[in-house]
Unconditional design. Structure first.
Length: 491
């Protein structure tokens, strides 16, 4: 390498050239090779800067479009469900039952207090102290708690008995309790009894943590899912519960409410598109399959729900109403979240495959999407089974403690209800996979053809310039070719 006029040259001088000529030639070649839009010329050790590559945005596919024909179908289905809900809506029949069972009308109330002290004493045994061998002890240890409450602006201490089972699970000073207040006779003070722990503070903290997690991870879509969840709970409280108390058909109540809930939630969270409509139609099909299975098994297996103290109390308060309706409707609503998960995933699979593999025919598209659905199916079945096993675990431990035979164990009332609920929900979501896939394949065929036609027409319009500008654009730029060859030669 030579140095001329203080310049460091990238190329050595050729034979017969002086330093200045070689320097000028090297500078020209360097400029030809390394020129960039911002005027940067590389030196000896530098390399040309390249702009960071930006990944191309995903083009809008047919699944992101809105087919007017599908909107007609969805509108008809939603109107039918809304009409069914209006027909099933209770008109005050449940109010009389609630008024008759309302504890507040007799002056009974509930207060919250803090435990400030505990003590033990010996007292006579009762049936709640029955031992494993069936005997009731003559005496047992009773626990008393001094609770500080605030009532009518005044603070006072009251003493209540606490069940032994509660003290074994963790009980001490500082715990918040809910007490039932029974009005006393004329001129006598009110009586108080232990009801339950007060769990407002930890539940509020847990709820806030849940909302924070949803907002950080899911952002707006996660928050919209929370809004959809609130809509679902509002539907259950304002329609499902009153309708069941009024004696409405539980199959229709469960299926109609579930269909309307999902019609709102799916479009709210996932937007208005052909993909969302596919998921909704598959979800509605799965709901009615689940409803039919729930009706059959609850009738054939005599699942009357009278296996818990709560159900017996509900049957008594509703003048012996059929608690089977509650079990049946619960089966329909229990698997709704998992069903939605399966259908939206399967709809996305169909439309994504159609977008990136438009050459697949209907059979090939169905087969490819079903491969994805089968993988998802296994995990969802495990989710349902373990969720219900966790709920039924106390009952399973009790039955196992008594040494009940396996056959009798699996067909006993409480266990049979959980097994039936698991199997009904599982069958419903399994059948929803091919149903959603078939619906998606059928819809995507026409939607893709329309999307391709619109895209081709727009591309043809952009690619066909007219007049002198089009003729000039079609002519080759001959002046630029020698320069390009010169650059390549220089390199």
């Amino acid at each position: 390498m030579s140095h001329g006029h203080g310049h460091g040259h990238l190329f050595p001088p050729a034979a017969g050239q002086d330093g200045d000529a070689a320097g000028r030639g090297a500078d020209e070649r360097g400029a030809a090779v390394g020129d960039t839009p911002d005027g940067f010329v590389p030196g000896r050790w530098a390399r040309p800067r390249r702009a960071a590559a930006t990944p191309p945005a995903r083009p809008a596919g047919p699944g992101d479009r809105r087919d007017p024909r599908l909107w007609v179908v969805v509108a008809v289905l939603v109107l039918l469900q809304a009409a069914a809900m209006a027909a099933l809506w209770p008109h005050g029949e449940d109010r009389a039952l609630k008024d008759r069972a309302n504890a507040y009308k007799d002056g009974i109330g509930f207060v919250t207090g803090v435990v400030v002290g505990t003590r033990q004493e010996s007292c006579a045994g009762d049936p709640t102290d029955r031992q494993a061998d069936g005997t009731v002890p003559a005496t047992t240890t009773c626990f008393k708690a001094s609770v500080r409450i605030q009532e009518n602006g005044r603070t006072r201490l009251v003493e209540v008995g606490v069940p032994t089972q509660v003290t074994k699970s963790g009980f001490g000073v500082g715990d918040e309790l809910r007490l039932t207040r029974f009005p006393g006779e004329t001129g006598q003070p009110a009586d108080y009894a232990y009801l339950d722990f007060a769990r407002v503070t930890p539940m509020v903290i847990l709820t806030a943590l849940f909302l924070l997690t949803v907002a950080l991870v899911g952002r707006w879509r996660g928050l919209l899912a929370v809004v959809g969840l609130l809509i679902a709970y509002a539907t259950v409280v304002t329609f499902v519960l009153p309708a069941l108390l009024a004696g409405r058909n539980p199959v229709l109540v469960g299926a109609v409410s579930a269909g309307l809930i999902m019609s709102v939630i799916l479009y709210l969270v996932h937007g208005l598109s052909n993909k969302t409509t596919t998921a909704l139609l598959g979800t509605l099909a799965g709901i009615w399959v689940t409803a039919g299975l729930a009706w059959w098994i609850s009738t054939a297996a005599h699942l009357n729900g009278l296996v818990s103290e709560e159900n017996f109390t509900l049957s008594r308060l509703t003048t012996g109403a059929d608690i089977r309706a509650v079990i049946l409707c619960g089966m329909i609503l229990a698997g709704l979240g998992i069903l939605n998960d399966v259908t939206i995933t399967q709809a996305s699979a169909v439309w994504e495959l159609r977008s990136y593999a438009a050459h697949l025919d209907g059979r090939q598209l169905f087969t490819s999407a079903m491969q994805i659905g089968r993988d998802h199916m296994a995990s969802t079945i495990y989710t349902i089974a373990f969720a219900y096993a966790g709920v039924a675990l106390p009952g399973l431990l009790l039955v196992d403690f008594y040494g009940t035979p396996v056959t009798q164990l699996l067909t006993s009332g409480g266990i049979a209800e959980e097994i039936a609920r698991t199997l009904v929900a599982s069958i419903g979501l399994i059948l929803a996979i091919p149903l959603t896939t078939a619906i998606g394949v059928a819809i995507s065929h026409g939607a893709t053809a329309a999307h391709d036609a619109a895209t081709t027409g727009a591309a043809t319009t952009r690619a066909a310039p007219s007049g002198a500008a089009g003729q000039q654009a079609a002519e080759p730029d001959l002046a630029s070719r020698p320069r390009a060859r010169g650059r390549r030669a220089a390199i």
